[in-house]
Design a protein around this ligand. Sequence first.
Ligand SMILES: C[S@@+](CC[C@H](N)C(=O)[O-])C[C@H]1O[C@@H](n2cnc3c(N)ncnc32)[C@H](O)[C@@H]1O
Length: 285
Amino acid sequence: MTDAETVRAEQQALWNGIAGAAWVDEQVLLDRLFAPFAAMLAEASREVRGGQVLDVGCGTGATTLAIAGALGPGGECVGADISGPMIGLARARAEREGAAAHFVHADVESHGFAPASFDLVTSRFGVMFFGDPVRAFANLRRAVRDGGGLVLLVWRGTDENGFMTAAERAAAPLLPPQPARDPDASGQFAFADPDRVHAILTAAGWTGVEIAPVDVDCTMSDAELDGYVVRLGALARVLPTLDEALRDRVVAAVRAGFEPYRRDGLVRFTAACWMIRVRPARPTG
Ligand SMILES: C[S@@+](CC[C@H](N)C(=O)[O-])C[C@H]1O[C@@H](n2cnc3c(N)ncnc32)[C@H](O)[C@@H]1O
């Protein structure tokens, strides 16, 4: 297997396994936390009102539904995701809401989208997991019409997103040494380096790429934090492998590790992200 194939197989297993199940179970919390990002994508979609939008790595569908609502009459948003359980929940939500949203269960890196069939590609945190990002974005480029746009939300680096790695840092002294994080490896922070993102998109055929920081203040209750820490992030993969006594010590250390983020009875953090855009040109003819 090539490195890209290994990554694809790992991501496929993760999102159809432990990570997909956690995102389904925590859907209400995650959608509330990240609602401002869904609103940003919906707002950007208004530029292609009445058009077709492809929402990449759409997960349980919150952004797909928000975009479908913003597109107005004649518009449609298609959500694509590699995770069966997450797409299942997204489809059920769209049906319940009667939304102009449809879903494709597929790896967007290789899926045969109809050429030039979309006006805009969007994503909230769904494009950092590809085995071969240039191949994936070239595939997406073929799926949009000439002059089609792109609006992606991705995480900036761990240095600016201390909350996202607080659990790992707190647990580290109790666990065997973990390999150092490769900043370019597929995963939550793979698009943190704007020069790398620019190079990937340019190599994939996108032009006019703009990258700007966006910061969003997020809050959750203490009870929600417990579920978040145990079910989501890197620690979620390690905890089930530990014996009960060690697991309890790790969870206690991790709870203490979030102390700097507790204020006025709530857990507060800033999500430090990039908005990556290619603005859509008006369709001709
Ligand atoms: C961090 S979650 C974000 C989910 C959703 N966009 C949201 O904001 O709620 C990342 C999503 O990307 C999806 N994903 C990862 N690799 C993918 C691929 N190659 N093709 C399609 N979806 C993929 C995962 O299944 C997951 O739903």
